[in-house]
Design a binder for this molecule. Structure first.
Ligand code: COA
Length: 155
């Protein structure tokens, strides 16, 4: 069973283990330390160990931005990405929520489409030959998730 919770400094090594880029790139490891320190990391835990994480920063023209979602290689295609996205989307916030992914990252594009994110443009020149696609999570989806049905249960 998966649990979502806040990432803290004690999760650093486990999160490096699920993030292939962090395993190879000291800059990503430094960023991960910074994210954990600033309290912007949410983690999915399975059988007591982190299996994936997200980072949301208030970094996009005054709006929240899903900087990263990563699920450990051996834990993919089991719905953990969906679970982490659901957690990010349902967090109460007072700004818009954006993210981006490379044009080559079709798995992430399908995940975003499945969860109702809408395209908000493309930027060339960040990664050579692989444009960055930007998406916004519709605010109305968040509001809808807060609705209460006739029996008083949250939908
Ligand atoms: C993108 C990423 C986060 C998706 O994580 P994930 O946990 O595999 O996501 P999900 O399991 O929710 O969905 C992935 C696929 O598995 C399928 N799936 C989900 N549960 C499944 C199950 N029980 N059995 C079979 N397939 C399943 C989904 O339908 C989806 O299929 P699709 O790609 O054909 O549409 C992961 O691939 C990753 O970490 N990639 C590297 C980092 C990255 O690119 N991040 C995005 C940019 S920041």
């Amino acid at each position: 069973m998966e649990i979502i919770g806040d990432g803290t400094a004690e999760h650093f090594e486990d999160l490096v283990a699920v993030d292939q880029i962090a395993q190879q790139d000291p800059e990503r490891r430094e960023e991960l330390r910074k994210w954990l320190k600033s309290g912007t990391v949410r983690i999915a835990i399975q059988d007591g160990s982190p299996v994936g994480y997200t980072v949301v920063e208030p970094s996009f023209f005054g709006n929240d931005f899903l900087v990263l979602i990563a699920v450990g290689d051996q834990h993919r295609k089991a719905g953990i990405g969906q679970l982490l996205m659901g957690d990010v989307e349902s967090t109460e916030r007072h700004t818009k929520l954006f993210t981006s992914t490379n044009l080559s990252n079709q798995v992430m594009q399908r995940l975003l489409a499945r969860r109702g994110w809408v395209s908000s443009g493309m930027v060339f020149g960040l990664d050579e030959g692989d444009p960055e696609l930007f998406y916004q999570f519709p605010q109305s989806f968040h509001l809808a998730s807060e609705r209460v049905d006739a029996d008083g249960a949250s939908l």
